[in-house]
Design a protein around this ligand. Structure first.
Ligand SMILES: NC(=O)c1ccc[n+]([C@@H]2O[C@H](COP(=O)([O-])OP(=O)(O)OC[C@H]3O[C@@H](n4cnc5c(N)ncnc54)[C@H](O)[C@@H]3O)[C@@H](O)[C@H]2O)c1
Length: 263
C-alpha cells in the first residue's frame, strides 16, 4: 500500500536527474502515484526529461511541452490533460520551476536589475503557480493538493539570490492567497510550499556562490549537513497525500533546520 495509491498529478520542472522535481517524482512513484510530465520546449529538454523519467522506470510517459510563461502553452497542456483518458481528473500539481537572468544573480547586482529581468523572474517563478492552479481547478472536482518549491532567500537577504528572492517571497504569499480561496466553497484544494536548502541543479548553478551557500548550511544548520533530494521528495509525498489533509498555505522548510538559526 502506497500513500499515493490511486492519485494522479502533473509534474512541472524536471530538467534532468539532479532536479528537485526528479527526486519528488521518484518519491511519488514509490508511493503509487501516476504522473504526467512536462518539459520546457527548448534545446534538448524533451530528450533529457524523457531520459530522466524513463530512468525512474516509467516507460512511455505522458510528456508534453509547456512554457509556463505563455498562457497559450498552459492552455494547451491543460486541454491535453483534460482530454486524455488517464489524466482528465487530477489530484495534485507539482510546481518546481523558476527562472531569472543569471547576470543579475550575483552580489551587488540586485539594485541594477532592469524592469524586464524583474518582471520575467516574477512571472516565471511566481505567477505561473497561479496560472497553473486556475487551470487545474476544473480538473480537481474531488479536491486536490498543489505544491511548489521555494528557498529561504524569499524570507531573508541572501547576497546574490537577489531578484529570485523577491520572486520567492511572492511565490510563498501567492501560495497563502491561493490556499485561502481554493480551500473554500467546497473546492478542498490545498496549496503548500517546500522551502528547500541549496542544491546543485541547473537552476542552482545559475545562482552565484552556490558552493558557499551549501557549505554555510553544512556549518550552520541544526543538523550540520545539507538536505538531500530524497528528503524533499518525502516531504512532497506528505504534502500531496492525505497525511497532510489539515495543512494548507504552509511553507515547510526542508533545510536541516538552517532557517531557525539566528547566528
Ligand atoms: N537548487 C536549489 O538550490 C533550490 C533551492 C530551493 C528551491 N529551489 C527551487 O526548486 C525549483 C526547481 O529548481 P531546481 O533547483 O530543481 O533546478 P532545475 O534547473 O533542475 O529545474 C528548474 C526547472 O524550471 C524549468 N523552467 C524554467 N523556466 C520555465 C518556463 N518558462 N516554463 C516551464 N518550465 C520552466 C526548467 O525547464 C527546469 O526544469 C525551483 O523553483 C527552484 O527555485 C531550488
Amino acid at each position: 500500500m502506497g500513500l499515493l495509491d490511486g492519485k494522479k498529478g502533473v509534474i512541472f520542472g524536471i530538467a534532468n536527474d539532479r532536479s528537485y522535481a526528479y527526486f519528488i517524482t521518484q518519491a511519488l512513484l514509490r508511493e503509487g502515484a501516476e504522473c504526467a510530465y512536462t518539459y520546457m520546449p527548448m534545446g534538448k529538454m524533451e530528450h533529457r526529461v524523457r531520459k530522466a523519467v524513463e530512468g525512474l522506470g516509467v516507460s512511455d510517459p505522458w510528456l508534453e511541452p509547456c512554457d509556463a510563461s505563455s498562457d497559450e502553452s498552459l492552455d494547451e497542456v491543460f486541454d491535453k490533460l483534460k482530454n486524455s483518458e488517464q489524466f482528465g481528473e487530477l489530484d495534485f500539481i507539482v510546481h518546481s520551476i523558476a527562472f531569472a537572468d543569471k547576470d543579475y544573480l550575483k552580489p551587488d547586482m540586485f539594485h541594477k536589475t532592469p524592469r524586464q529581468v524583474f518582471t520575467q523572474a516574477m512571472d516565471v517563478s511566481a505567477y505561473t503557480l497561479l496560472g497553473m492552479s486556475q487551470r487545474a481547478l476544473p480538473l480537481m472536482p474531488n479536491g486536490g493538493s498543489i505544491m511548489n518549491m521555494s528557498y529561504y532567500g524569499g524570507e531573508k537577504v541572501i547576497p546574490g539570490y537577489n531578484v529570485m528572492g523577491v520572486a520567492k517571497a511572492c511565490l510563498e504569499h501567492t501560495t497563502r492567497y491561493l490556499a485561502y480561496e481554493l480551500g473554500d466553497q467546497g473546492r478542498n484544494v490545498r496549496v503548500n510550499s517546500i522551502s528547500a536548502g541549496p542544491f546543485k541543479t541547473l537552476a542552482g548553478a545559475g545562482v552565484g556562490g552556490m558552493d558557499e551557500m551549501i557549505a554555510h548550511q553544512e556549518r550552520k544548520s541544526s543538523l550540520k549537513r545539507a538536505n538531500t533530494g530524497e528528503e524533499v521528495g518525502n516531504t512532497a509525498v506528505y504534502l500531496l497525500s492525505d497525511m497532510s489533509s489539515g495543512v494548507t498555505g504552509e511553507t515547510v522548510h526542508v533545510d536541516c533546520g538552517f532557517s531557525i538559526v539566528g547566528l
